[in-house]
Write a protein that binds this ligand. Structure first.
Ligand code: MN
Ligand code: MN
Length: 383
C-alpha cells in the first residue's frame, strides 16, 4: 500500500516511525522533541543545553565547564559556569567585567571580596547559599570541609567566558620584574619564584577558621555590605500544595542589583502556571528531578522541551511558558533574570481581571466556565 502524499490515512505511530539510525539515549531523554505535542509549531530557536555536553577543564583540585551564548546562542543576557573545588582547593584570586551571582550546590566554600575602600568581606557558604560579586572587585573561592564544594556561577553577560578573567598570577607574571620589584619591594630572586602562568584552579591547604581570618582583617573587615545570602534557609516567598518558590532579588538581597532569581520546587504532577516575565529573558538551571516546558512565542511558534538535572533552559524575553513536573520526585530549578527585580505575569490572573464580556469575547466560553479557573496568581498549580 502506498502511504505517500495521502495526508489523511497514516496513523501518527506510522508517521513517527523511524527506520534509520537513532541515538537511543537522547531519544529516551527527550520524548517531547521526538514526539512533540501537536500544538508545537515551527522552531523558536534553542531553548536547551546541558552542562553534561560542555567541555570540562580538569585541573589538580577541581574542574569547570560553562554554558554561554556560544553553546546557547539565544541567551545574550546571562551565562553559566559550573565548578568543582576539592577540599582546600582555590579558584585563583581574580576579577572580571561581568557581575557574578552564584549558588552553592553541594559542600562548603570560603569566599572573599575586596572593596574599593580597602575593606574585605569574607564568609563561609554552604549548599543553598548565594553570593553576588560586582564586576571588577577581586574575589576568591576556596573549597572547605572533607569534600570541598560544587557551585553554579551566573554572569550578566551572555558571551562571558571563564577563560576571560583577570588573574593575580598573570598581572604579576606579565609586568616587568623591575616594576614588580618597585611595586612590592620584593627581591628579584623572590620575583623569579612567582608563578609563571595562571594557577586558575589549584590545590592548597584548607584555611584557618573563619573567625581567625576575620580576626586577621580586624578593622579592615567589611561588616556593612552583605555579599552572601542564605537562599535555601529563607521562608518560601510562595508556598502552595503544588510546590514553593523562593525569590531573591535586589529587594531582599540589595547588593544583587543586576540579577534576580527564583528557586522553584514543583511537586510530582504539578506545574508552574502559564506565565511570562515582562522585564527579561529567563535563564534556567535545573537542579533536581525532571520536567517539560512549553514555550509559545510570536509568529505562532511553540516548542515543548524536556529537562533533567544539570540542564540549562532558556525562555525568550516575554514569551509565554509553563513547566510540568513529569517525574516521581520534586523538581527543583532556578529561574534567573538579568534584572534588579523578579516579575511575572500570570495568565490566570489576567483572565480573572477581564470583565465578563471581554473574557467571553476572547475565550468563546460561557462565563461560568471562564470563572472556574483560578482567580488569582498561584504560580504553582497542584496536580
Ligand atoms: Mn569570579
Ligand atoms: Mn518563568
Amino acid at each position: 500500500m502506498s502511504v505517500a502524499a495521502t495526508g489523511n490515512g497514516v496513523s501518527r505511530t506510522a508517521s513517527l516511525s523511524d527506520p534509520g539510525p537513532e541515538n537511543k539515549v537522547l531519544l529516551r531523554a527527550n520524548p517531547s522533541s521526538n514526539d512533540p505535542p501537536p500544538t508545537d509549531r515551527g522552531n523558536p530557536g534553542p531553548l536547551w543545553y546541558s552542562f553534561d555536553l560542555a567541555p570540562k577543564r580538569v585541573e589538580s583540585g577541581g574542574w569547570t565547564h560553562q554554558v554561554t551564548q556560544r553553546e546557547l546562542p539565544s541567551s545574550t543576557d546571562l551565562a553559566g559556569v559550573n565548578m568543582r573545588l576539592t577540599a582546600g582547593s582555590f579558584r585563583e584570586l581574580h576579577w572580571h567585567k561581568a557581575n557574578e551571582w552564584a549558588i552553592m550546590l553541594s559542600g562548603q566554600a570560603r569566599v572573599s571580596l575586596l572593596q574599593a575602600d580597602g575593606k574585605m568581606f569574607i564568609d563561609d557558604v554552604g549548599a543553598g547559599d548565594l553570593w553576588y560579586f560586582p564586576a571588577g572587585l577581586p574575589h576568591s573561592i576556596q573549597g572547605l570541609g572533607d569534600d570541598g564544594c560544587e557551585f553554579l556561577l551566573v554572569f550578566d553577560q551572555g558571551d562571558f567566558s571563564e577563560d576571560d578573567t583577570f588573574l593575580v598570577s598573570e598581572f604579576l607574571a606579565y609586568t616587568s620584574p623591575e616594576m614588580v620589584k618597585k611595586n612590592t619591594g620584593w627581591s628579584r630572586e623572590s620575583i623569579d619564584k612567582l608563578p609563571k602562568k595562571e594557577l586558575y584552579i589549584f590545590d592548597a591547604t584548607p584555611p584557618a577558621s573563619l573567625a581567625d581570618d576575620r580576626r586577621f582583617l580586624g578593622e579592615h573587615l567589611e561588616t556593612k555590605n552583605r555579599y552572601t545570602f542564605r537562599m535555601a534557609a529563607m521562608q518560601p516567598t510562595i508556598s502552595s500544595p503544588g510546590g514553593d518558590a523562593r525569590v531573591v532579588d535586589s529587594t531582599n538581597f540589595p547588593i544583587s542589583s543586576s540579577i534576580a532569581a527564583a528557586m522553584v520546587t514543583i511537586k510530582p504532577g504539578a506545574m508552574r502556571e502559564m506565565h511570562w516575565h515582562p522585564n527579561a529573558a529567563e535563564w534556567q538551571y535545573w537542579i533536581k528531578g525532571k520536567g517539560r516546558m512549553t514555550v509559545v512565542t510570536t509568529g505562532a511558534t511553540a516548542r515543548t522541551v524536556d529537562f533533567h538535572a544539570n540542564d540549562v533552559g532558556y525562555v525568550p524575553s516575554m514569551a509565554g511558558h509553563c513547566i510540568e513536573n513529569t517525574g516521581s520526585e520534586d523538581l527543583v530549578f532556578l529561574e534567573m533574570f538579568k534584572s534588579p527585580r523578579f516579575e511575572d505575569i500570570s495568565l490566570n490572573e489576567w483572565i480573572a481581571r477581564m470583565p465578563d464580556a471581554m473574557a467571553q469575547a476572547h475565550l468563546k466560553l460561557p462565563i461560568s466556565v471562564v470563572r472556574h479557573a483560578p482567580q488569582t496568581k498561584l504560580a504553582l498549580l497542584a496536580k
